[in-house]
Each structure stands twice: as C-alpha cells, then as structure tokens.
Unconditional design. Sequence first.
Length: 411
Amino acid sequence: MYKTQYRTMLAFVLILTLTILAACSSKSNEIIIIQNGVVFTATGEEPISDGVVVIENEKIIAVGPESEIQLPSGAKEVDAQGGFIMPGLIDARASTLLNEIDIQEGQINEIQVTLFFTRTIEAGITTLRAVGWDLKTRPDLSELNDALAMHGNNIPTLIIAGSITHAEGNVFEIYPEDSMGVFNIEEAQQAAEDIIQSGADQIAFLQPIPPDRRSIDNPLVGLSFEQQTAIVEAGHEQGLKVIAQTSFPEDALDAINAGVNELIGWPHGSEDPLSDELIQALVENSVPVLTGFSVGVIRPYEGDVRRLIDAGGVIVFGTFAPNSGSLANPVNEMKLMAQVGDMTPSEILTSATANAAEAIGLGNEVGSLETGKTADIVIIQGNPLEDINDITNIYMVLKAGEVVFQADIQE
C-alpha cells in the first residue's frame, strides 16, 4: 500500500513539474514585435522611422527599419501607433525614501509600493539609483531586495548606493539616517567595508552643501582627501563603483583625484564658471557629471554644461526627487537641462538612458535598444526630440519585455 501511495505521489510531482516547466518554456519563448513607430536607440545613431523592435525571452533580438527586419511569424504585435519607441528612462539620483519603507512579513506596504515605485513606472522610469540607506539599524539589504523581488517587473530596477560623510558636516546633520558619519581614515574605510557587506551596489560619499540651503552650524566640514581615497580603494577592491556628491569645484577636483567614478551633482558652489582644469580633469578621467538642476540650488553657470559636453564630457540624468514617481519630475529636469544647460533633446534623452545606465553599472544590460539587451522600453505619444514635453505622454512601458503599464487612449 505504501509503495502504491509513493508511486502515485511521485507521478503527481512529475506531472506538476512538467506542467510548470512547459508553462515557463511557453512564456520564455514568447516573441513580441513593437512596430509602427520612430525608434530612438540611444546609441548615437539617427532615429529609425517606421522602426521595429523584436523581443524574445525578455531580450531584444532585432532592431531596425521594418523593411530590413525579417519578422517572425506567430509573434505578439504591439502597435506603437506612430509614437516614439525608446529605452526606459533611468533616474540616476533618486531619493526613494528607502528608510521609510515598511516591511512586514517580507512584504512592502502596498501604499508605499504605489507611491515609490508604481508611479515611477508610469512615468516611464524603469530603473532608479537611490543614494542613502540606514545601515546603522538595518545593516543588511537582503530583506529589502527580497521584498522588492516579489513585485517582479511591476517596479523599477533599484540600484542602491550606501553613503558616507563627515560626522561634523552639514550633510550628516541634515540626513543622519541616510549616511554614515565618520571622523578619520580608519572609520571611513570601515564604513566603506560595512556598505560592501550590506549588499549595496555602489558606495557614495557626500561632501558639504552650500550653507544657504539649510540653517546649519558647521557647513563646510568635509571628508579629507585621504578619507576619500580610502573609501575609493575599498570600493574598487571589491569591484564597486564609488560616486561623490560635491557642491564645490575644489571638492570635485579632490574627488576626481581620489579616483571616483562619477560626480552625482553639479559642482555649483561658486559664482564663477567651471575652471578649465576641472573640465579637463572630468574628461581625462572619464568622470560623468549628474545634473539634478530641478533641486533648485544646483544650477550651472551659463555655458558650463555646453563647455563640458563640447570638451567630451558626459552628462547623466538625475532628479534628486523625493518621489521619482511624480509624473512631472522627468520633464521638469529635462526642461531645465535644455534651458540652463543648453542641451539638445537628443543629448537629454541619451543622458537619461545610455549615459545613466553606464553610470549606475548596468550599461551592458539596459539603456539602449540593441540586440542582447534587456527589453526595458517606453513608448511615447509624440516625439520628445521635437518637443521635450512629450516625455510625459507615456503610452506604454515594458519591463524585461513585459507590458507593465498602458495608458487609456481616448478615441
């Protein structure tokens, strides 16, 4: 009798396993064709009129003019309705308020999911980099990552950078829960190692911000060059990018000389233009600069952004927004990039796709529409290359080839 029950149970398990595998295989082999639109690949190539993007198993397998692509039969067709097909937007400096996320029994409060993540997807942002995390009370990011993973493609990919600042500086005074305050080289190195152990994707260090931004007592106490170097070396030894938020040109030069991979904020704390020395250092060391102009105080000197771009510098899109899901945030930042940065629409879109993907360490996976990359794609009604305001007209968002948002179209 027991042998019969065992065989019956074994047969049931085998059938269930085969059923699951068949379902997974069927899903993974689904082919999607996005057609009837202008394709912006973010590779530097000209937009493709009447372009198509073919997706299989979450990856892009073909991109080009419809007349040159052999379209597979039996594929699911997505009509872009004459719209603009581009890579998903990447906010490379989002303030997602991670420390406020409430995780109960492995799940995130649904209201917070909507506020922090669902609305972000609806704004066309498929990837976020958050800077700051309360490592003192929650030294392990695995619980957060597991809770985020439960939502699959319905939320953006989240890159987390743990942050370090001087314990007597104004950044730590204002944001004590978002950064680790240190006094000396040993503490700086230990903080970097703690961030690495937490499972963070990157390390950030934050230098003083202008004293007119907040009422503060010790505005300009920052990390020494030696402390910055210790942080950079610790991160690079483990293969992590190290990024620096600097408000003043002299701090920016220090950070570059210490070996940082990116400046996450315009070095604006001077009434003078950026020096030729700083621009040359940024270009020669391949250090991109994040914008964040919509914050208010971070505004470049007239002509500086253009000077940096024309010299070969790289600009990265980032909003610093408390809630990147606000539908206005991408366009507000982009409009300022055009107005105060004198950037072209193509440069702006590239900064929010290919440039941002490279900066956050995902350049081989997302950020452009190329064969082999993950199909994070946004379809827009209109053409933001002609009017950047069209970036708000999100028609459809695909995350890893799955449609995760589609707007209601009024006939």
